[in-house]
Design a protein around this ligand. Structure first.
Ligand code: FO1
Length: 316
């Protein structure tokens, strides 16, 4: 079977599976639509962490130990910014900084985020389509006892310590899907949608909040497969487990499945959560059990093949 695959991705974990999909699918058969709710303006630059995580992973430039940013990074610009009395809470590596400079001036010159992303991915030799979820600014915000915090203030500056009461996506409704996402959703040869293992509340919900996206996804008649971000009842990285508790949910795959009800028909869960499969099947879902921890390229490609096969998509 062939056809087009639409992958929806957040940052770190999602980017790994996105890279796996790019390794097993030809460029013309994959669109990776990326969350931009984490984007923000910092020191006059537009930083798009999830797009960059996907771009660096596809270009083989990602720092796999730190989880974000560029490998072989240096921090001279940060040191100098510190001496100049500028903010130090958000770390911009020297190589990463070049990405934000290249993006920011082009945006300021009038290019759309889609155009800039295509330009930068092309320059890094990425042949697959990596598109923002929207060209309009959408900003994820988390309500805490201190009021509404912008996402990076909550995530990096406050290290996710404040208790989250609610999450909203400023700019929605009113943010149209990017041309690349709109085109992928409307393709007559769309054969599968793959939801990468990203945080449902912080990384996937912003994509679903883009005008019409949830409704269009729900109306598709193609397989919709999600890889759970939970492993052994915990998130590998990030605040998902803490958030699930704070938002009154259980920290298990049932909560993930319930969150995606009406969209996802097949959930891929980790071997360590094997005992949950029966409950998921009782909810009417298909469940595949496999190792979902991606440590290297082999893991990423294997999981990508499992996801595509769950979507009844043959890769030969
Ligand atoms: N995450 C951190 O925990 N600390 C940082 O200083 C930091 C800097 C940073 C710079 C560029 C970039 O693209 C990402 C960066 N991240 C940092 C990661 C990022 O904030 C989050 O991982 C994502 O937004 C969540 O997907």
């Amino acid at each position: 079977m062939s056809g087009h695959v639409l992958a929806l991705s957040g940052g770190v974990g999602g980017a790994k599976l996105a890279a796996g999909l790019a390794a097993v699918l030809p460029p013309g058969q994959l669109t990776i639509a990326v969350n931009t709710g984490d984007d923000f303006e910092h020191l006059g630059l537009t930083v798009c962490p999830d797009i960059d995580s996907v771009v660096y992973a596809l270009a083989g430039l990602n720092d796999t130990v730190r989880g974000w940013g560029v490998v072989d990074e240096s921090w001279r610009a940060m040191e100098m910014l510190g001496r100049l009395g500028e903010a130090q809470w958000f770390n911009l590596g020297d190589r990463d900084l070049a990405m934000h400079v290249a993006r920011s001036w082009r945006l300021r010159a009038g290019e759309s985020l889609s155009d800039v992303t295509a330009r930068l991915t092309g320059a890094l030799g990425i042949a697959h389509r990596v598109v923002p979820m929207s060209d309009a600014p959408v900003r994820t915000q988390v309500e805490t006892a201190e009021g509404w915090l912008d996402f990076q203030h909550y995530f990096v500056r406050e290290q996710c310590r404040p208790v989250a009461r609610a999450i909203r996506f400023a700019g929605t409704p009113g943010a149209a899907p990017s041309p690349g996402l709109a085109e992928a959703l409307a393709r007559p040869d769309l054969a599968a949608v793959v939801l990468c293992p990203s945080n449902p509340f912080l990384s996937v919900d912003p994509i679903l909040a883009v005008d019409g996206v949830r409704e269009q996804l729900a109306a598709l008649s193609v397989p919709f497969v999600a890889v759970s971000p939970l492993v052994g009842g915990k998130a590998i990285k990030g605040p998902l487990a803490k958030l699930l508790g704070e938002l009154g949910r259980t920290c298990d795959n049932r909560a993930i499945a319930t969150h995606y009800a009406g969209l996802v028909e097949h959930l891929i869960i980790d071997e360590s959560d094997r005992a949950e499969a029966e409950g998921l099947r009782a909810m009417g879902l298909c469940a595949t059990i496999t190792g979902t921890v991606m440590c290297d390229a082999e893991d990423r490609e294997r999981l990508a093949r499992v996801a595509l096969s769950a979507a009844r998509y043959g890769t030969g």
